[in-house]
Design a protein around this ligand. Structure first.
Ligand code: SF4
Length: 89
């Protein structure tokens, strides 16, 4: 990763350049926010990038900073079959 892709947060920790802002915009993010974006180094992204999941708090915080509606997490657990269900025709 190019050195200018990161910026220090503390003496020990660093982050992707542009992500430690009120209105975050990672240096590796390509495209137009709210239209279509992609990570320019997806395969090489850091573990902290991998921790962010769609619709989680950090994802939605960034969306709100760009005036986008938050995503809503949907429970994707398999539904149980209701064996007593009867069709009405
Ligand atoms: S996933 Fe890619 S675009 Fe998003 S913060 Fe990480 S390096 Fe930047």
């Amino acid at each position: 990763m190019p050195e200018h892709y990161t910026e220090p947060v503390t003496a020990v920790y660093s982050c992707m350049a542009g992500t430690n802002q009120k209105k975050p915009r990672c240096i590796a993010l390509g495209g137009t926010i709210a239209k279509q974006v992609s990570c320019g180094m997806y395969e090489l992204r850091s573990s902290s990038c991998k921790e962010v999941q769609i619709a989680d708090e950090q994802c939605n915080k960034a969306r709100l900073a760009h005036h986008m509606l938050p995503f809503v997490q949907i429970d994707t657990d398999e539904a149980d079959n209701d064996d007593s269900f009867e069709y009405v025709s």
